[in-house]
Design a protein around this ligand. Structure first.
Ligand SMILES: C[S@@+](CC[C@H](N)C(=O)[O-])C[C@H]1O[C@@H](n2cnc3c(N)ncnc32)[C@H](O)[C@@H]1O
Length: 201
């Protein structure tokens, strides 16, 4: 996702009140993490819809995160924090804190030689092990059939079990708030694939 930053980018970043820090949240509610929030629609709407759950949005591209921050600034939900970072470099205070990870329309990295960059590659699943509190629980959505098949195999090979799955989310009984990419690819006629998996400790 490449984009031009808003003109007042520095001001938006400097005055952001909801960066994640070691204080995290002032309650013991479950913490759900989205990796690669893009422009932030999903994580913001989730935070507004589920006030008794804490949400963390991780985004490695500052120019993309700033768009999300601008949007979140209009609502400032207390249960949402943003971390601008590659998930590989997560801060140590996040160790064993996460209940659920969302992977929404992660970059598919279609070239075989780039498989290690996919967020569902075994190397990333090992990183998620460090983040999860007890049970490991992942929900993934994508428009990309090859990435979907790769991810499903990777997750199952790693010991995850499927709780829910659909190859056509919008014509299923699964309810999930849409992301920007989801709206875009769905409007172009792509079927959205969804898989929810878990792994007991
Ligand atoms: C294709 S976009 C999807 C954005 C959004 N989830 C959606 O569905 O509209 C993927 C996003 O993931 C971010 N991303 C990719 N790898 C990441 C990583 N290792 N850590 C944090 N963010 C990452 C990218 O910068 C990009 O903004």
């Amino acid at each position: 996702m490449r984009m031009r930053s808003p003109k007042n980018k520095t001001e938006i970043l400097d005055t952001c009140e909801f960066y994640l820090d070691e204080n995290m949240f002032l309650n013991d509610n479950p913490i759900y993490l989205e990796i690669g929030i893009g422009k932030g629609d999903f994580i913001l709407n989730m935070a507004l819809s589920y006030p008794n759950i804490n949400f963390i949005g991780v985004e490695k591209q500052t120019s993309v995160a700033v768009v999300a921050i601008k949007k979140i600034n209009n609502y400032k939900p207390k249960n949402l924090k943003i971390l601008i970072s590659d998930v590989k470099e997560f801060p140590s205070f996040l160790l064993n804190k996460i209940d659920l990870i969302y992977l929404n329309f992660s970059d598919p990295w279609p070239k075989k030689g780039h498989a290690k960059r996919r967020l569902t590659h075994e190397n990333f699943l090992k990183i998620y092990d460090l983040l999860f509190k007890k049970k490991k629980h992942i929900i993934l959505k994508t428009d990309n059939a090859d990435f979907y098949q790769f991810s499903k195999k990777s997750l199952l090979d790693y010991g995850y079990a499927i709780i829910n799955e659909s190859l056509d989310l919008h014509n299923s009984n699964i309810r999930s708030l849409p992301t920007e990419y989801e709206r875009k690819f769905s409007s172009l006629g792509y079927k959205i694939k969804y898989i929810e998996v878990e792994k007991k400790p």
